[in-house]
Design a protein around this ligand. Structure first.
Ligand code: KIV
Length: 282
């Protein structure tokens, strides 16, 4: 199958075929996600937390994100790869936003960019769309606003917050984004907006009625336990499997079980004799 594009993702939504999306930050994981037939990858600024161990996403930089995006993009021949614009990459000016979005395309080879654009950034979203770059919007919980929000909390539960989610989604569609991520918003609200919009909606904590679903891969794999949102589902405990594996490796090394003969290189006795002659007996 050829690579997903804005057209195939829109067609999935129009045909009521649920879109699958996961995050990835490195080549081997992205390859597995691609090979599993997942439709889209987000190289999220969540990498600041789940890969680099920071307490929130605010420390992700353009250089960090471009490096991760390149590794992911090189692994994907089917999955559409979306780069997350980190904090500070689109807040200052339209020109900065355009240059940073272009870096993701030219230096990393991604298929599109996403930003946590509030109404203040609609003009910047439009400018990037007009450059010909596929853009994804993001409404509801904006983790980059963790300071102003006072924590990573669900959004859209009261009238003011719900109105904000609806109007931002409509404005983003108007600006030309090809999909919108709904993070941590009530199911009833994302259902309502999904029906109102013509572009696909992708839920991460936005309930089952969106056009697609997204999870943070280390949450799915049980690889990150510093912070787990209530909407995340762990499918396997790879973190525990890794600890068990490393413990077994250490035991085998200490007991002389590893390396075995098949893990070592051979050499003729003649060569060894010559070495002993040259450098002396032990
Ligand atoms: O960085 C990220 O992984 C994200 C998702 C949580 C939407 O922005």
């Amino acid at each position: 199958m050829s690579k997903h594009t804005v057209k195939t993702i829109q067609a999935m939504r129009d045909n009521n075929e649920t879109i699958t999306m996961l995050t990835a930050y490195d080549f081997p994981t992205a390859k597995k996600v691609n090979d599993a037939g997942i439709d889209m990858i987000l190289v999220g600024d969540s990498c600041a937390m789940v890969v680099h161990g920071h307490p929130n996403t605010l420390t992700a930089t353009m250089d960090m994100m471009v490096l991760h995006c390149g590794s992911v993009a090189r692994a994907c021949d089917r999955t559409m790869v979306i780069a997350d614009m980190p904090f500070g990459s689109f807040q200052y000016s339209i020109e900065d936003t355009m240059k940073n979005a272009a870096r993701f395309v030219t230096e990393a080879g991604v298929d599109g960019v996403k930003f946590e654009a509030t109404p203040n950034h609609i003009e910047k979203t439009k400018a990037v769309v007009q450059m010909g770059i596929a853009c994804v919007g993001h409404v509801g919980l904006h983790p980059q606003a963790v300071g102003a929000l006072g924590g990573l909390k669900a959004q859209g539960r009261d009238i003011d917050s719900a109105r904000k989610v609806v109007s931002e989604a409509l404005a983003l569609q108007e600006a030309g984004v090809f999909a919108i991520i709904f993070e941590a918003v009530p199911e009833k609200l994302s259902d309502y907006v999904t029906k109102k919009l013509s572009v696909p909606t992708i839920s991460i904590g936005g309930g089952p009625k969106c056009s697609g679903q997204l999870l943070v891969t280390p949450d799915v794999l049980g690889m990150y336990d510093n912070f787990t949102p209530s909407f995340a589902k762990q499918y396997v405990n790879m973190g525990q499997m890794m600890t068990d594996t490393f413990t077994l490796y250490a035991k085998e090394v200490k007991e002389g079980v590893f390396p075995a003969k098949e893990h070592s290189y051979g050499m003729s006795d003649e060569v060894l004799d010559m070495i002993i002659k040259e450098f002396g007996e032990i």
